[in-house]
Write a protein that binds this ligand. Sequence first.
Ligand SMILES: [Cu+2]
Length: 231
Amino acid sequence: MKKSLLLLSLLCVATQLIRAGDITGTITLKGTPPAERELSPIRDNPDCSAMYPAALPKTKFYVVGSGGELADVIVYLKGVPSASTGASASPVVLDQKGCLYSPQILAVQTGQKVIVKNSDPCVHNVHTKPGANSEQNQVQMPNGADLTFTFDKPEPFLKFQCDVHPWMFAWVSVFDHPYFAVSGPDGKFTIKNVPPGKYTLEAAHRKLGTKDADIEVKDSGASQDFTFEVK
Ligand SMILES: [Cu+2]
């Protein structure tokens, strides 16, 4: 009898350990955001302007679909205990292509590698401008070896910039847990394998600020949408 109780309690513990659900949702923008600006300094740079024989690229502050689907929103659990799995997580790639960073908004865990590539025929200088983490500054030649960056501390929208091309920016949000996602061009996000429980879910857009929601994640997961507004 005692043995079967022990087995039962072990089974319960094991089941709890593997119980987890996904948080899914859609981010929507109401209203018309400010027009994006042409990156006109590119015109004065022969290396970069050669890559844009027609129109110059524009800023990507608000990446919005025709139905208001809002991309580049970081969605994450707020106030959860530190539990980074970054050291064993797959690296995230940040490319420099067409004298722009791609992607311009990304998110990683502490200790997770950010591999910076240079796909351009010109030199770039990758310079981080962190708040909580230490500053890093490395030159990268055309076809140069990949650079690797990692960050020790959580920090929202840590800025990457290129000192050669002053219009080049990317923003990397760093978390000390794996429970975050970035909304895609369809406005959708999925945070995978969240243990059941009650949480505060926060959505952050670099220009539009943050929105919070209290949610309960069950075995079957949870769903939470966010709507941002520009007036
Ligand atoms: Cu550059």
